[in-house]
Ligand binder design. Structure first.
Ligand SMILES: NC(=O)c1ccc[n+]([C@@H]2O[C@H](COP(=O)([O-])OP(=O)(O)OC[C@H]3O[C@@H](n4cnc5c(N)ncnc54)[C@H](OP(=O)(O)O)[C@@H]3O)[C@@H](O)[C@H]2O)c1
Length: 215
């Protein structure tokens, strides 16, 4: 699949690298040509370009910039993103004095804001729950169980593209409903990251009912 990556930071390199290793045609787009070239070379991507050209390249386009930047960036690329699947991995987090994180999105998720500014794109919320280091694992598997990747999407096109991208890096897709639920994924990230930062183990807080010992 052709994938455009908007951003040249940690998530761009980790997910772009995972998809390149899986055989996808990844182009890294950055506001700095030097950064884009460096990351593309490091991960063996097909190429590097401006943000606009990366958006035009991808059947899928990963938005890997700060949440505060994403709506303005995506809005400016709305023409290039028509009919593209736009994957929003951003987390609108605000650090607090007690070490926990607040989700600053309020009523509208970042993903919802992206859908509003690029109404002809297929926006998906995905890949926002795990730390950047997890996406560098080949594959991300824990206790022999592939990582589950929750996602929210409104269209069957976006769901199919997202499931392909998740499956191709050895993970299991976990559909979580439409984009109206993206705020839940963003709030979940805020909770989990806050727990990690304060020394907790969010993973230990979510055993399935099937794991409970029978009375
Ligand atoms: N790090 C994690 O563990 C993690 C996990 C899940 C989700 N996320 C989310 O993923 C997103 C990216 O995180 P990251 O860790 O990759 O961040 P990062 O390493 O700080 O990289 C941010 C990227 O955004 C670019 N950028 C910043 N302002 C921009 C603007 N105005 N226009 C265009 N590009 C701009 C930067 O470009 P320059 O290089 O030119 O400055 C850089 O390439 C964030 O929304 C974050 O919440 C991060």
């Amino acid at each position: 699949m052709k994938i455009g990556v908007l951003g040249t930071g940690g998530m761009a390199a980790a997910l772009g690298g995972a998809w390149t290793a899986a055989g996808h045609e990844v182009v890294i787009g950055g506001r700095s040509g030097e950064h884009a070239e460096r990351i593309a070379r490091r991960i063996g991507a097909a190429g590097h370009s401006s943000l606009r050209d990366a958006a035009a390249h991808g059947d899928a386009v990963l938005v890997a910039v700060p949440a505060t930047v994403a709506p303005h960036l995506v809005g400016g690329l709305a023409t290039e993103l028509v009919d593209r699947t736009v994957i929003d991995c951003t987390n609108p987090l605000v650090p607090t004095n007690d070490g926990l994180m607040l989700d600053s999105a309020g009523a509208t998720s970042v993903a919802g804001q992206l859908a509003a500014v690029a109404p002809e794109a297929h926006v998906v919320k995905a890949f926002n729950l795990c730390h950047v280091s997890i996406w560098t694992l080949r594959p991300p598997t824990f206790e022999n169980v592939p990582l589950a990747v929750p996602y929210c999407a409104d269209t069957s096109t976006a769901a199919a593209v997202t499931e392909t991208l998740i499956g191709s890096i050895g993970c299991t897709a976990a559909p979580c409903g439409g984009l109206a639920r993206a705020a839940s994924l963003e709030a979940t990230a805020a909770l989990a990251i806050g727990l990690w930062w304060s020394g907790g183990q969010p993973r230990a807080a979510f055993p399935s009912p099937g794991e409970a010992p029978r009375p």
